[in-house]
Design a protein around this ligand. Structure first.
Ligand SMILES: Nc1ncnc2c1ncn2[C@@H]1O[C@H](COP(=O)(O)OP(=O)(O)OP(=O)(O)O)[C@@H](O)[C@H]1O
Ligand SMILES: [Mg+2]
Length: 512
């Protein structure tokens, strides 16, 4: 897939962004106006060894990254000399340990959606509860985050703890893995992560931006495996080998923080919501971390060079686009993701059906790992078209729950929601979202804000763009949806949704 816009194509210089996502890896080449010059993308295998377990083959991912970088450079018709910097963005929390002498992963990567650490998280919260590390990390104890996944690997891979303590093993999220390989791997690769990715491990202190010794010892994770924590926009090293040989690697941001950056939410109170595999709404809260009392996460938004960090409140929804994929791949009810809109549009409403996709438990605002998916309200009347509608409504209602929590925590009333990501090409979904939120929904010209944000950060680090004002000037509205639903219908439907949510909880019994 190649996208070419405008006449500036080929004029250079350019920034390349690598997005190592949950379902695919892609590389996009951007010009100075933030326009897409070329895209290359490749999906990787989703490995489901048991119910609730999700893994990726990290070597497959690295091979794909090398291919899409070469592919994008070729499609753009440019060479490494035309590229001023490489930015990295990635699926967050997905956890990998590898041998620093051979470059071999010791196990498949454990993906963020994986629930195998449920029992471990309960154990870690014993006596104190889910908020044991919240003050330091901004996060509740949940299987979502990396720290418990590292601990699980150390406990379950034969002989690994000894090798880790001897200093032979490196831990990283996908940013670290990509940067280490890109900068030489076993031949001098740099072992770093950025503040946004580190803030999702549950091992970093949000204020000091350093690994927290007390948490490390509580989770029994040796400090020897940890990468160095760096800013989101600064030069970490240069690419060795491959299509971008010699180009500085100059940014890393978790995908959701990258989207916040790509949407140019640089002011306190600005927010965006990204609709991909899951959906993640982040609001810039400025220079101070804001504690949530309504089930949101406190996280690092970004840090440019040696400036002060910018924090964010986040509402995370585990399953949105992946529910559409599930309808396609596991149920076979549609042939392509886009077909969900056609099917859902063939009926007027949900026919009384509500689908709560708690496949990995419920994330924000509930954080219930004992929840599992439910389709509620079924009668003989319901067709696959109603289910398709319920699938789209699930994404919109889950967003509504997050915006309600955001309003309570921040005191900021939602005036409009900036959206991006693959699902925003679905018009019915965007209209439903506006209806359920009772607020306008706006989408920018470049819906690939994740890559764009990584490119922006890398470009700032090398002086390709002078400052964030220059980036803001690139933001252009492409589409807007405004509410059409009457308040009574909205309220009644919301009540039904909340009833369905209740029915997901307590499905998994306490494992002890
Ligand atoms: N027209 C559509 N209607 C509904 N969902 C869609 C549509 N097109 C794509 N999707 C969903 O959007 C998701 C892909 O969006 P996107 O490319 O932004 O995600 P992603 O960034 O690849 O995810 P990740 O980074 O997690 O790999 C898929 O889960 C797909 O099911
Ligand atoms: Mg993505």
């Amino acid at each position: 897939m190649t996208t070419t816009h405008g006449a500036s194509h080929g004029q250079g210089p350019f920034i390349a962004a690598i997005d190592q996502g949950t379902t695919s890896s892609r590389c996009i080449v951007f010009d100075r106006d933030g326009r897409i010059v070329a895209v290359d993308q490749k999906e990787h295998e989703q490995i489901f060894p048991k119910p609730g377990w999700v893994e990726h083959d990290a070597l497959e991912i690295w091979r794909n990254v090398e291919q899409v970088v070469a592919g994008a450079v070729e499609k753009a018709g440019i060479t490494a000399a035309d590229v001023k910097a490489i930015g990295i963005t990635n699926q967050r929390e997905t956890t990998l340990l590898w041998d620093k002498n051979t470059g071999e992963p010791v196990h498949n990567a454990i993906v963020w959606q994986d629930t195998r650490t449920d029992a471990l998280c309960k154990e870690l919260g014993r006596n104190v509860g889910q908020d044991r590390f919240r003050r330091e990390t901004g996060l509740p104890l949940a299987s979502y985050f990396s720290g418990p996944k590292v601990r699980w690997l150390l406990d379950n891979v034969e002989g690994l703890r000894e090798r880790a303590e001897a200093g032979d093993i490196l831990f990283g999220t996908m940013d670290s893995w990509v940067i280490w390989n890109l900068t030489g791997g076993v031949n001098g690769g740099v072992h770093v992560t950025d503040v946004t990715n580190a803030s999702r491990t549950m091992l970093m202190n949000l204020r000091t931006l350093a690994w927290d010794d007390r948490i490390l010892s509580s989770m029994e994770i040796p400090a020897a495996v940890l990468p160095e924590i760096r800013s989101s926009a600064e030069v970490y090293g240069t690419a060795k080998g491959g299509a971008l040989e010699g180009v500085p690697v100059a940014s890393a941001l978790g995908d959701q923080q990258a989207a916040l950056f790509g949407q140019t939410c640089f002011d306190q109170g600005e927010a965006k919501s990204t609709y991909g595999t899951g959906t993640f709404m982040l609001m810039n809260t400025g220079g101070e971390p804001v504690q949530s009392y309504n089930g949101l996460l406190t996280t690092v938004g970004y840090r440019i060079g040696d400036q002060k960090p910018v924090y964010a409140l986040e509402g995370s929804i585990a399953v949105t686009g992946s529910l559409v994929q599930w309808m396609r791949d596991q149920m076979g009810l549609i042939k392509s993701a886009a077909e969900i809109e056609t099917l859902a549009s063939s009926v007027e409403d949900n026919g009384g059906a509500y689908f709560v996709p708690a496949f990995s438990g419920l994330f924000a605002p509930y954080w219930r790992s004992d929840a599992r998916g439910v389709i509620a309200g079924l009668t003989r009347y319901v067709t696959k078209a109603h289910i398709a509608r319920a699938v789209l409504e699930a994404t919109a209602w889950q967003t509504r729950e997050i915006t309600d929590a955001m309003t309570k925590d921040s005191g900021v009333e939602l005036t409009a929601l900036k959206v991006d990501g693959g699902m925003t090409s679905n018009n019915l979904l965007m209209q439903t979202l506006s209806d359920f939120l009772d607020a306008p929904v706006v989408r920018p010209m470049v819906a690939e804000t994740t890559c764009l944000g990584a490119a922006y950060a890398a470009g700032l680090a090398v002086g390709f763009w002078p400052d964030t004002d220059a980036l803001r000037a690139n933001w252009r509205r492409a589409a807007e949806w405004t509410p059409r639903m009457d308040a009574d219908t909205r309220d009644r439907e919301y009540k039904n949704w909340l009833k369905a949510v209740e029915r997901t909880m307590g499905w998994i019994d306490d494992e002890s």
